[in-house]
Design a binder for this molecule. Structure first.
Ligand code: DNO
Ligand code: MN
Length: 396
């Protein structure tokens, strides 16, 4: 596994030296300042590379975002697909081959709390189902929300909302609508309503066929350029706000990877996102999709009640519900197979995904989920497992 780290650019609170001291081998980054749908030029790509040189290199793109127009096949979607291909050409030209993206309508990740206190005194991000229902029913006032949650949850949400201070209501709205890729800005409630209205007649089947149409266009380009596209799962992996979600389970990935059967059409295995659903068996998913797993996000979540959807919080990397040792063992098995086949991409890039805020992270206002010390701890723990399982006395 190649040990990588997400870096948001020169304004990131983690410096290049911090990454080097954490033992990072390669960097995951994106050009967040370029509007979604526009072309990433060679000059802009080279600038980010220069910001890391000479000590580190940009090795994985996360994310090259897919526009809402492409997801809906509306407006400028054809231009956006052509631009996506141009961006791929420009990235390949600069040596970048692994491209992560997601296909979630409107929002990227969704949490109700960005600094939930855990017993050791640190904080983490959390998704509270009752708070989320309160947001949906009483703040967003989405007409179908109460019925979607059912009477019991809707009643709990009403009680919770009545007890909430104005400050907490505002904070909740800000947190839920913050999941824009690479940004710390929230969407306004009217903006969210406008976006949702656009999906009124767009169900999961239609979203899936739009996704396949996108891949049929871009995967051949990526394959020709020797690139690996890898779709990040829905986070959390269940429908929210009445929007369809189509990359939440092994069955979802099976459908998409089979529909466009190219090595360039692959998966970002995010154990934290998929792990928020009890029927996702992460080691089994790694075993099934191994040859098409091009990037790994390793983190863990604790489900707070049985069933799905459920509240959850982001656990320490080796805590939570996913057996990280079993998952890493599957990754190492896959890497050994690739090596035996002589595949050039036998080393899969991994990054410690979100971390808890601990020690000097507390009180620093960085990108939510991306603290320096919390991730450094996660990386160190994951590296320990990788090192132990890669020891010559262990064979696969
Ligand atoms: C959550 C994070 C995501 C991810 C994007 C990729 O698990 O890894 O926010 O960065 O969804 O497109
Ligand atoms: Mn992830």
């Amino acid at each position: 596994m190649r040990q990588t780290w997400r870096w948001f650019g020169p304004h990131d609170l983690t410096s290049v030296d911090d990454m080097r001291q954490a033992g990072v081998e390669g960097v995951v980054s994106a050009l967040h300042h370029i509007p979604t749908g526009a072309v990433w030029t060679g000059a802009e790509i080279a600038k980010r590379q220069a910001e890391l040189a000479p000590h580190l290199a940009w090795e994985v793109v996360e994310s090259l975002p897919v526009s809402e127009d492409i997801k809906k096949q509306k407006g400028d979607w054809r231009t956006h697909i052509a631009n996506y291909k141009s961006s791929l050409e420009n990235l390949a030209d600069k040596g970048l081959e692994t491209i992560c993206y997601n296909f979630m309508p409107v929002l990227d990740w969704t949490r109700t709390d960005l600094a939930y206190r855990v017993p050791h005194g640190g904080t983490c991000m959390r998704f509270d189902l009752v708070d989320f229902a309160a947001f949906d029913i009483f703040i967003l006032e989405r007409p179908a929300a109460a019925a979607d949650f059912g009477p019991e949850l809707a009643a709990q949400a009403a009680e919770r909302f009545a007890e909430m201070s104005d400050g907490r209501r505002q904070e909740l709205a800000r947190n839920v609508t913050m999941g824009l890729p690479g940004s710390t800005e929230s969407m306004s409630i009217p903006d969210v309503r406008r976006h949702l209205a656009e999906y009124d007649n767009l169900d999961a089947d239609r979203l899936r066929s739009n996704f396949i149409a996108f891949l049929e266009e871009v995967a051949p380009t990526a394959e020709r350029l020797g690139m690996r596209l890898c779709c990040h799962p829905d986070d959390p992996p269940f429908p929210l706000l009445g929007l369809p979600r189509i990359m939440s389970s092994a069955a979802d990935y099976r459908a998409i990877l089979n529909a466009v059967d190219s090595p360039a059409n692959g998966m970002t295995l995010c154990s934290g996102s998929l792990g928020a659903r009890p029927d996702n068996d992460l080691p089994a998913i790694m075993r099934e999709f191994g040859p098409r797993v091009h990037f790994l996000h390793l983190r863990n979540v604790t489900l707070e009640q049985p069933g799905m959807p459920a509240s959850f919080h982001e656990a320490e990397h080796l805590g939570g519900g996913t057996d990280m040792v079993a998952l890493i063992a599957e990754v190492l098995r896959e890497e050994a197979r690739r090596k035996a086949e002589g595949r050039g991409d036998h080393q899969i890039p991994m990054r410690p995904d979100h971390g808890q805020d601990i020690i000097d992270d507390l009180g620093r206002k960085g990108q939510p989920g991306y603290p320096t010390i919390g991730r450094l701890k996660g990386l160190a723990e994951l590296r320990g497992i990788m090192t132990a399982l890669s020891h010559p006395s262990v064979t696969f």
